[in-house]
Design a protein around this ligand. Structure first.
Ligand code: DX5
Ligand code: ZN
Length: 215
């Protein structure tokens, strides 16, 4: 079963409650947190996640594109995130392990995200304890970028590691996903698809979600 996680980065930030309702036929809501350091853009913080939690029962898939994630994961978990993705490149191995430990303590699902530059094998030290691996198919920071086809190799690489070491672990793909590229991602082994512009940019949002699901 493929899960569809529309990214609210492409929603209207003055109308988030309304725009969450528009994606209610999807499985998850993907929330992009950016700090202006790890990526050259600033978006959503803890208070917004807290308000989203009050506005919806949807599963909140929170993608932390921030430096020093161990410092903030407790706050995002307590704000109501269901799953947190931290970036492997955001800190050294000790700090990543510490962030994952705090996520366990705060009973939030754990994912590690990989920038396009990072090889699939880099996930191995953490894989057995993860609920999900996120493979970026654009350079993180902005919605609406073109899908990087060369990332299909990373998706296939992560898929084979997951099958060997932690078969229940989900594999999410994020960046430039539309009906065409979604098919490639699913064929390469992804089972959670993030899509921002392909969903919120569509005239008929439920139809766009259904089309992605059919990939
Ligand atoms: C990019 C974000 C993505 C973004 C995807 O850094 O992590 O979640 O919203 O947007 P699209 O689907 O438009 O590429
Ligand atoms: Zn994202």
């Amino acid at each position: 079963m493929i899960k569809i996680a529309p990214s609210i980065l492409s929603a209207n930030f003055a109308n988030l409650e309304r725009d969450l309702q528009k994606i209610s036929s999807a499985d998850w809501a993907h929330v992009d947190v950016m700090d202006g350091h790890f990526v050259p853009n600033i978006t959503i913080g803890v208070p917004v996640v807290k308000s989203l939690r009050k506005a919806t029962k949807m599963f909140l898939d929170v993608h932390l594109m921030i430096d020093d994630p161990a410092r903030y994961v407790a706050a995002f978990a307590d704000a109501g995130a269901d799953l947190l993705s931290i970036h492997l490149e955001a800190a050294g191995p000790k700090h990543i392990a510490e962030a994952l430990r705090i996520m366990d303590e705060h009973k939030v699902k754990k994912a590690v995200a990989l920038r396009p530059i990072t090889k699939a094998e880099a996930i191995l030290p953490y894989l057995e304890q993860l609920d999900m691996v996120l493979v970026m198919t654009v350079e993180p920071g902005f919605g609406g970028q073109a899908f990087m086809e060369e990332q299909l190799d990373t998706i296939r690489g992560v898929r084979s590691l997951i099958d060997r070491h932690n078969p229940n672990c989900l594999l999410e793909v994020d960046g430039g996903v539309n009906v065409k590229t979604a098919r490639l991602c699913v064929d390469a082994g992804a089972n959670v698809l993030v899509a921002g512009s392909a969903v919120y940019g569509a005239e008929d949002i439920p139809a766009a979600i259904a089309a992605l699901r059919g990939c």
